[in-house]
Design a protein around this ligand. Structure first.
Ligand code: FE2
Length: 389
């Protein structure tokens, strides 16, 4: 590992509690945080699962409001409803149960409540080729509790995105939005269907790989990324073989948490930029987009000599016998097949005609700022999308 010339590293101010039955201890944890009037947020599937009922039961002594039915990609109109509900309830905290969309909605609502105005004015912006603007968002935010059931790592980060009606993503970043308490209960994810869980694992793995060759990585994120890669390569095939294994699911959830710690600092690159645009322009879920694009993004970055060397360093953690970028990429392709995630955009209903629009969209994504290989224009991105199609 080559030490970066300069780095700064932020550790999120969160407490993690792990173990079967961790959810049942929530009341004491919320008391410690001084939360008496939380808003519970979940998607439709999670709201019907036992994890939601258990959370409600654990917090039965508190004045709870709830917003269920949060769709994927946290649409802005749902975030607006959540903000208004939190205001009218006099909420003093949020509990996000489920995947990244629940977490991101809570972050966006907490930020919007605190900063006022229109949400869009608080979004960060990337101006190609290398300018990144994040407007100051200094107001204190309500605390967020996260109970993750997928492997997005969104429970760790202080950033999230919200989708606008015209298919754009507003990206919000504020370290004050990092979950104050993260509850990883191995039994909480058992009702998440294996294909969704595993696809979200490709997202978690992508955080580690993109983080490892990121321009803003730190020695700490690099160490976390390698360990999380090892854990994912073991846990994801184990979940695919036995979706009812709480042990395999917990190992994947802990790996995802490490990956989230990587993401907080090392951010993400062209792979995530592309996944965001595929979600916004073609409605591909974040997990599926990650599953398909990851080896292609690694190949894209292999053209950069420094990234190629970094990928070679990842090979062993990915289970390869040989230390080369090619071997690392090969292992990710092996994983795709081993766990049965999608591998082609066309199989997820992406029309070929939309690829040029996606490539153009990628050029406005901040991920390009953190990506190792410089990207001159959409013409650089299109061949990668064609290959993934
Ligand atoms: Fe992600």
């Amino acid at each position: 590992m080559i030490l970066p010339k300069h780095f700064s590293h932020r550790s999120p101010p969160s407490k993690l509690i792990f173990g079967e039955g961790a959810i049942d201890r929530l009341a004491g944890e919320l008391e410690e945080l001084g939360i008496k009037r939380p808003v519970l947020v979940a998607g439709t599937r999670t709201a019907a699962a036992r994890v939601f009922a258990r959370t409600l039961a654990a917090l039965s002594g508190l004045a709870i409001a709830q917003q269920t039915g949060m769709p994927e990609h946290s649409p802005i109109e749902h975030v607006r409803q959540l903000r208004d509900l939190a205001r009218s309830h006099g909420a003093d905290g949020f509990v996000a149960i489920g995947g990244g969309s629940a977490s991101d909605a809570c972050k966006a609502a907490a930020l919007w409540m605190a900063e006022g105005g229109e949400l869009e004015q608080h979004g960060s912006r990337f101006v190609p080729p290398d300018q990144f603007h994040a407007p100051p968002v200094p107001a204190p935010k309500l605390p967020i509790i996260a109970i993750p059931t997928t492997l997005s790592g969104a429970e760790v980060t202080g950033g999230g995105s919200v989708r606008t009606p015209d298919g754009r993503k507003i990206v919000l970043v504020d370290p004050k939005l990092c979950a104050r308490l993260v509850v990883i209960d191995p039994t909480a994810s058992l009702e998440v269907p294996a294909p969704i869980f595993l696809a979200s694992g490709m997202n978690g793995l992508a955080h580690c790989i993109e983080g490892y060759y990121s321009r803003v990585r730190t020695p700490i994120t690099s160490a976390l990324a390698l360990e999380a890669m090892r854990m994912f390569m073991e846990a994801l095939p184990a979940v695919a073989r036995d979706p009812g294994s709480a042990q395999a699911r917990s190992q994947a959830l802990v790996a995802a948490h490490l990956g989230g710690q990587v993401l907080v600092n090392a951010r993400s690159g062209i792979h995530h930029a592309t996944c965001h645009c595929l979600g916004a322009a073609a409605g591909v879920s974040h997990g599926d987009a990650n599953s398909i694009m990851l080896p292609h993004a690694m190949e894209f970055n292999r053209a950069d000599p420094a990234a190629q060397a970094d990928l070679a360093e990842c090979a062993a953690a990915l289970g390869a016998r040989e230390s080369s970028a090619d071997a690392a990429i090969e292992r990710v392709r092996w994983l795709q097949h081993e766990i049965g995630v999608p591998t082609r955009l066309r199989d997820r209903g992406v029309p070929r005609a939309v690829l040029a629009q996606v490539a153009a969209g990628v050029m406005a994504e901040k991920g390009l700022y953190f990506n190792p290989r410089r990207v001159a224009g959409a013409q650089d991105v299109l061949p990668m999308l064609e290959a993934a199609w």
